[in-house]
Design a protein around this ligand. Structure first.
Ligand SMILES: [Ca+2]
Ligand SMILES: [Ca+2]
Length: 210
């Protein structure tokens, strides 16, 4: 028994010695893929159509609730923790759709309030990491484009070619483009979809809201 124990100890020591250099040498492998690991919830300011897009900005959080708090300019502090649950939560949807009215009611006190236009999801059926887009006004219910974001690969490559479903708010429809400069395949203006469709799945690079 004692002999066997000693052999195991020796074997373990040998394995440990071997394991150290092996793990130290292991660089980024498949696990470094953009969507590996825990979900991320990012928030981005779009640009008004006709204006330069250099005031766009993106911040990311480890919690959907924190992301919505930031995206709404502090008006919604208690969003569901689950982004997937939020997509079918009628009360949450009504609150997001009410952001423009809340901002108007608040007058100058609501100056910091932000209007959420769409929440883009990495997986089908509103699952996985999210990207929430906002600007200072709601969409205007006219068919022309109101807001846009150019080539997301430029500054946020981890978000290029990721979107699989989305939810729209504030009278907005969103158009997704496959390539920069309004290129390639597009979804056309759409409201909430639980699947973006085979033609545009994991291909969105530019966005427009109408
Ligand atoms: Ca996806
Ligand atoms: Ca693309």
């Amino acid at each position: 028994m004692r002999t066997r124990r000693r052999s195991l100890a020796v074997a373990f020591a040998a394995a440990s010695t071997l394991l150290v250099p092996t793990s130290a040498l292991a660089g980024p492998g498949p696990s470094a893929a953009p969507q590996a690991g825990p979900d991320r919830h990012c928030v981005g300011r779009s640009a008004e159509v006709g204006k330069r897009a250099d005031n766009t900005r993106v911040t990311c959080y480890d919690s959907f609730r924190k992301a919505i708090h930031a995206a709404s300019g502090g008006l919604i502090a208690d969003a569901p923790e689950s982004a997937k649950a939020a997509a079918t939560d009628a009360k949450f949807t009504a609150r997001v759709n009410g952001l423009a009215a809340a901002k108007k009611r608040a007058g100058s006190a609501g100056a910091a309030a932000q209007i959420i236009h769409s929440i883009e999801y990495v997986h089908h059926n509103h699952g996985g990491s999210t990207f929430t887009w906002w600007n200072d006004w709601a969409c205007d219910r006219e068919p022309d484009n109101d807001f846009w974001h150019p080539n997301i690969a430029e500054k946020h490559p981890q978000w290029d070619n990721q979107i699989s479903s989305f939810k729209t708010y504030a009278d907005c429809e969103v158009n997704h483009y496959e390539h920069p400069n309004w290129g390639g395949v597009r979804t056309g203006h759409q409201t909430t979809q639980s699947y973006i469709g085979d033609a545009m799945n994991d291909r969105s690079t530019e966005f427009e809201w109408a």
